[in-house]
Design a protein around this ligand. Sequence first.
Ligand code: KG4
Ligand code: ZN
Length: 352
Amino acid sequence: MKVLGIETSCDETAAAVVEDGYKLLSNVVASSMDLHVKYGGVVPEIAARSHLEVILPVIHEALETAKCAWDDIDAIAVTYGAGLGGSLLIGVMTARTLAITHHKPLYAINHVEAHVYANFLTETSLTGYQMRAEQPAFPMLALIVSGGHSQLMLFQDHFRYRLLGRTQDDAIGEAFDKVAKMTGLPYPGGPSIAKAAANGDATRYKLPKAKMNKYDLSFSGLKTAVLRLAQHEIGESYDFPSIKLPERLSEAQKADIAASFQRIAVETVVDKARLAYEEFAPKSVVIAGGVAANQELRQQLSEATPLPIEYPDLQLCTDNGAMVATLGCFKQFKDQPTADPYTLAIQPNLSM
Ligand code: KG4
Ligand code: ZN
């Protein structure tokens, strides 16, 4: 069974073909990231316009690489939320049209849930991928850490899950992006912070860890603490504008801020993961979303639980069509409801 996955929730236009929920046949991602760099973040209108320009070529390339004609495709899966409205609309309208014209069942995919399913891909003949050896076992604890979401989920089985806790304000990736902006590091902030942190002293600055209810998370206090710390470091008051900070901070201060921030941000989620591991004794722990690419997080997590943790390839951690197609395969396996291609609407604020 082969499913075409389409993903356009943010700035990546992505399509992929996955076979039987584990085999990656193609994974094509066109990012409009370069166009957003000078604005320091994703500009929704630019993202939507660029999806429109590249979506059909991206889908055709995904089919071609997978050596699939439309007859070989059993279903189409598309992200319908959460995400930017204009961006989601391009993917959903394209998928609806393709499902109608090629007579394929259509699956509406939750972007956050899809991130988790990157962990079910274990095989590919494409070059440049380091795949997991095995699919995760249930019960499965999922740590979802992306630019828009930070939450802990417990899966008893496919489609039987519950939310343990989530961020009450910013997502962890958003905090990485904002701290990078304050310290003048290029967008996207996650990889920039990680790179700068490698040359910094993670114990130089004391930053606060939010004290939240059980499994809930919070990152906005940490972000403000970094701002205050940077203002204090250059001898200015709390009125000093954050956009002027980069020119006043030394490279060493930037590296130490990056390292100290990264350590606390990562500890915040790892503490919760450890707590959940002790309470629920899951058979596997998976990590999903863009921040799953963070090496410090991987390091701390492997020390926090006795389970050996496997990770998806880095290209499958950030937004991609493969995770969408994989979840689509499981929806078909498990007889989950299909979407109506004539009426499927986007849900920008969809949650799990
Ligand atoms: O999952 P994703 O591609 O998009 C969303 O669904 O949000 O995640 C993007 C986020 C961005 O905030 C980016 O800064 C962060 O993932 N990110 C990282 C790393 N690579 C990407 N954060 C920390 N360390 C990284 N190496
Ligand atoms: Zn994402």
